[in-house]
Design a protein around this ligand. Structure first.
Ligand code: LIP
Length: 263
């Protein structure tokens, strides 16, 4: 699939920029209006420009929705690329090698292919609708566990430090009450979704994510045999949303907890 090849070429171009600034260091700024926790830097902007340049050279007429330059209005347009140049920006800012370039190509509002690439670990997570998912070239499948006391659950906190944070903590407490093996919060939604697809997690949730956080990871989970809905169990909308991803077998059990505490 040509779009997949372009997605990987663009991911590598963006990853090269992100890796350069990760190694060289870069001054971080706080994004306007989101407190002091939502960071951004020239690395994000330059990585996104490198990605968009590859996409535009191959598909000049396609629309691009990027985290740093998101001017696209109609997310159901025929050809849409959804880009997060550095997902896990705070990890990047604190020199933690756990962040990713996330690029998805959507056709008429449906994910068609996607790639999540950690440029420090050189980890590649790829999915094409109807053709499965791969992790570093190997087929990826969700785990088979059917009980919460057999699994890890991943989660994330939005930049809010109020009701949404409290709701996430309440849900986390209830998962511990269900005797999960552990809770994991690694700070990069796209990689968290890939961990569901590879079976490391049985479920992962957040109460607010942007399309660029989940556009590629959602397809990876679904092509690996998993299920992705909002944290209320509805189909994901084409915009900001809560999210629950799972190995399918545990979706209802996880949904009971995350829906109950949904802010
Ligand atoms: C981040 C997500 C993470 C979430 C953070 C933030 P960013 O995306 O990957 O899962 O918990 O609040 O949304 O801002 O680093 O691209």
């Amino acid at each position: 699939m040509h779009e997949m090849e372009i997605a990987k070429r663009a991911a590598r171009a963006g990853g090269d920029v992100a890796r350069h600034y990760y190694n060289a260091g870069v001054e971080m700024e706080s994004k306007a209006g989101e407190g002091t926790y939502n960071l951004v830097s020239r690395a994000d902007r330059e990585a996104e420009r490198a990605i968009v340049e590859v996409i535009r050279e191959a598909f000049p007429s396609h629309k691009v929705l990027g985290e740093e330059e998101n001017e696209v209005a109609d997310l159901s347009t025929e050809h849409l690329w959804i880009v997060d140049p550095i997902d896990g920006t705070n990890n990047f800012a604190h020199h933690m090698p756990h962040f990713a370039v996330s690029i998805a190509y959507w056709h008429h509002g449906r994910p068609a292919c996607g790639v999540v690439y950690n440029p420090i670990r050189d980890d590649w997570f790829e999915a094409i609708r109807g053709q499965g998912a791969t992790a570093n070239g190997e087929p990826a499948h969700v785990g088979e566990q059917s009980k919460l006391d057999e699994v890890f659950v991943g989660l994330g906190f939005y930049y809010d430090r109020g009701a949404m944070m409290e709701a996430t903590l309440d849900a986390m407490r209830e998962f511990f009450g269900a005797h999960v093996h552990g809770i994991r919060r690694f700070g990069t939604a796209s990689l968290d979704l890939c961990f569901v697809g590879t079976g490391a997690y049985a479920a992962y949730f957040e109460y607010e994510l942007s399309p660029w956080d989940f556009a590629a990871g959602q397809l990876f989970v679904e092509e690996a045999g998993g299920t992705v809905t909002t944290a209320r169990g509805e189909p994901l909308p084409l915009g900001k949303s809560s999210l629950l991803a799972s190995n399918t077998k545990l979706h209802d059990a996880a949904l009971q907890i995350v829906a109950k505490h949904h802010p």
